[in-house]
Design a protein around this ligand. Structure first.
Ligand SMILES: CSC[C@@H](O)[C@@H](O)C(=O)COP(=O)(O)O
Length: 353
């Protein structure tokens, strides 16, 4: 199934769909270098944990392709490390950019130390690694979709299911297909989706602006709700499962995701609704034992006090605007859906590679 495309890369040319302009306008903007990518990530022109890492890696590929002047493998290593270290500082909560940077720096170190590899081969191997991120992510998402849909079908045991989701985890947040929205897409393709309820996702409205846009685009049976309607909707519509994405999953399964995820998980427990997290392995941070160590991004207060340029909150009020919250592993009752299968949170630690 053709899904929306938010990241376009060909022969060293990178363009991204400016998500700040959605749903009014579909405008692609060029990313000419790592600095452009850093700014696009920071300003949330591209957002969503996997998409952030892919655009970061591809922006480095753009620069590396243009670079003729590097004469030694050490110069390539230094160039790659400096650029990736910088990209990691763009946003703090999602771990995907950090893990992608660590993997690429490790590769660059290995190529530098391998005497059988010359400079051109080292550069080509690094480029190949960076450019593969796009296709790898789509393949991972297709597998996540399959595993998630099969697990939900097995546990819910109904012909058609009602799903709730939060934030945006679709083609716009990934290289294509999506993670949690990928599972919903797979259910829809298998004619097993009765209805998906997507939350508005205040204050940045990734749900109403982006997920709703994708759902309409894909013609899925979907209903938008405000975040404050989640409990009522669970009760009224007999939701079968909630599925969300992740920005960072700790080794014990605690999961950081868009603010509002934790309250959905608590509500799911009260209403006996299965709660799933869908994320690629590149969102799992095996180095941190629990969600307590996950850095939570604080966002500008204007996201809460204004709608566009219009102030909707009383002037002078103090605000608290964390971009993410942490759902304790015990609330993830359905499981963590990855490209390698569906796991209970307490199974994760043993999967460290
Ligand atoms: C597949 S994306 C999973 C998460 O990154 C997503 O749910 C989310 O929280 C995105 O937050 P955002 O602040 O829009 O980057």
């Amino acid at each position: 199934m053709a899904t929306l495309e938010a990241i376009k890369y060909k022969n060293g040319q990178l363009e991204i769909l400016d998500q700040l302009l959605l749903p009014e306008s579909c405008t692609f903007i060029p990313i000419r270098n790592v600095q452009d990518a850093w700014a696009a990530i920071r300003e949330m022109k591209v957002r969503g944990a996997p998409a952030i890492a892919i655009v970061g890696c591809l922006s480095l590929a753009v620069e590396l392709r243009k670079l003729a002047a590097l004469e030694t493998k050490k110069e390539i290593y230094r160039f790659v490390k400096e650029k990736l270290d910088y990209l990691v500082t763009s946003r703090p909560t999602a771990v995907n950019m950090q893990l992608a940077a660590e993997a690429c720096i490790k590769l660059s170190t290995r190529l530098m130390e391998d005497v059988s590899v010359d400079v051109t081969e080292a550069k080509d191997a690094t480029l190949k690694h960076l450019e593969a991120t796009l296709a790898n992510d789509v393949a991972d998402n297709l597998a996540i979709g399959e595993h998630g849909a099969t697990d939900i079908q097995k546990k819910v045991n109904k012909d058609k299911v009602r799903i709730m989701t939060h934030c945006n985890t679709g083609s716009l947040a990934t290289a294509g297909y999506g993670t949690a929205l990928g599972v919903i897409r797979s259910l829809h393709t298998a004619n097993m989706l009765d209805q998906v309820y997507c939350t508005e996702t205040r204050p940045y409205n990734q749900g109403s602006r982006l997920t709703a846009f994708e759902l309409v685009y894909e013609k899925m049976p979907a209903t938008l709700i405000c975040d404050s309607m989640a409990a009522a909707a669970m009760k009224q519509f007999n939701i079968d499962a909630i599925i969300v994405g992740a920005d960072r999953v700790a080794a014990n399964g605690d999961t950081a995701n868009k603010i509002g995820t934790y309250q959905l998980a608590v509500l799911a427990k009260c209403h006996n609704v299965l709660f799933y997290v869908a994320a690629p392995f590149s969102s799992i941070d095996f180095e941190i034992p629990s969600g307590q160590s996950i850095p939570i991004e604080e966002r500008p207060h204007s996201e809460m006090t204004h709608t566009g340029s219009i102030r909707t909150a009383a002037a002078g009020i103090n605000c608290w605007n964390p971009g993410f919250d942490v759902t304790p592993a015990e609330f993830i009752t359905g499981g963590i859906v990855t490209e390698k299968g569906v796991f209970k949170p307490d199974q994760l630690a043993s999967l460290k590679v």
